[in-house]
Design a protein around this ligand. Structure first.
Ligand code: DAH
Length: 379
């Protein structure tokens, strides 16, 4: 006699490839041959599905066990030859086994789907541990940085920033700055002339500007005092290069014009600038110097920050010259139509390369324009 109680139901197993045993679910007390055959079928099905690792194999398994001419339906065909009582028991068992086999088949399909999904995922996997491609970060050229520092020091004192043309009229570069043609001071600024001349007009020759000072005249021509402006820009000289000379370099020009501006304003402004760029302990020294567009003219030095003014290999005598300056020459005012009795002013000019060299201890100006990233990367 077969009873339901004689079959121990256990937890369903879902992954046929792990070959969980069907055995507990088939434990029976019966000797009926058809039931034994059904159980053998179930055991074989369980054993074989573990090897069905692709859709083709799983389909072959389905045909063999659950197909219309498969082992289960062949067994079921034998039910007709049994006594009604045996048929009832074997029939019920056949249905139950059918259910089990269908479960197995569904679990096999699920397993294959999961396998396929896992395979796809592995193939498409994004390896987040791969180091990213570094973005090449550029940086500002040390001269750009220095020019910006200089501009910041002056704009915070109320100066505007203006720029002017690098190809300049001879008139602005020289004549209006109190350097007439054939004046010996022109020797201070040998330059590159543009191969173009307007033969009809005297003085209409063009050159690569030798300094930023022509912007003094350009600005005064256009604006009315009070004027406070600095002019950063590129300048050119006909020059043999060496550790301290380049044929092109930068300058920052400064100009302040108004009523009652004195040499004390010049000193105070430039002293404050030196402290902002080179540190609060700096001392400054002014000495007489000659520039045609100022009177009196001076050069300004700071005390050497390396030896603190004692004298060393960098400075020599304890002082480092950083710029030229002076009170705007009356002839320059006249050239732009200002009345020198009404207005006074001061002007200055400095080289950012020299300031950068002092600040960073660079011993050759040519490093700045050699385009060697090993040098440039350091700033
Ligand atoms: N332009 C001068 C040069 O290139 C520098 C200079 C000196 C500018 C004195 C000035 C100044 O404005 O007042 O050597």
């Amino acid at each position: 006699m077969i009873s339901d109680e004689s079959i121990h139901y256990h937890t369903l197993w879902y992954n046929p490839f792990n070959a969980a045993s069907l055995e507990p679910r088939l434990t029976m007390t019966t000797q009926q041959p058809l039931i034994a055959e059904l159980h053998a079928t179930a055991r074989d099905a369980q054993a074989q599905i573990a090897a069905a690792h692709d859709t083709g194999a799983l389909e072959a398994w389905r045909v063999e066990f659950l197909g219309r001419r498969g082992r289960l339906s062949q067994a079921m065909q034998k039910l007709g030859g049994l006594s009604p009582e045996e048929r009832r028991a074997a029939g019920a068992e056949a249905n139950r086994i059918k259910g089990l086999l269908e479960e197995l088949y569904a679990a096999g399909q699920r397993a294959l789907q999961e396998q396929e999904a896992a395979r796809k995922q592995a193939a498409d996997r994004l390896d987040v541990t791969l180091p990213g491609r570094p973005i090449a970060l550029g940086r500002l050229h040390p001269i750009t940085q220095t020019v910006r520092d200089i501009c910041a020091a002056f704009t915070s004192m109320g100066f505007d920033v203006a720029e002017g043309p690098e190809v300049e009229w001879e008139r602005y570069n020289f004549d209006m700055l109190n350097i007439p043609r054939d004046h010996p001071a022109r020797d201070m600024w040998d330059t590159l002339w543009i191969d173009w001349a307007d033969p009809t007009e005297e003085g209409r020759r063009m050159l690569l500007r030798t300094h930023t000072s022509p912007m003094q005249a350009r600005i005064m021509e256009k604006a009315k005092p009070p004027i406070r402006v600095i002019v950063p820009g590129k300048v050119f000289r006909h020059e043999a290069t060496d550790a301290r000379h380049e044929w092109h370099f930068y300058q920052v020009e400064g100009l302040a014009v108004g009523k009652g501006i004195t040499f004390a304003d010049l000193k105070g402004t430039l002293y404050e600038f030196a402290r902002r760029i080179f540190g609060p302990d700096r001392r400054v020294r002014f000495r007489c110097d000659y520039f045609p567009f100022v009177e009196p003219g001076v050069d300004m030095s700071i005390d050497c920050f390396l030896c603190k003014g004692e004298g060393c290999r960098l400075c020599g005598d304890g002082w480092i010259e950083i710029m030229g300056a002076g009170m705007v020459h009356p002839n320059v005012f006249k050239a732009v139509g200002y009345d020198p009795e009404e207005y006074t002013g001061f002007a200055f000019g400095m080289g950012p390369e020299r300031i950068a060299m002092l600040k960073h201890g660079i011993d050759d100006i040519r490093h700045f324009y050699a385009n060697d990233v090993r040098f440039l990367r350091q700033f």
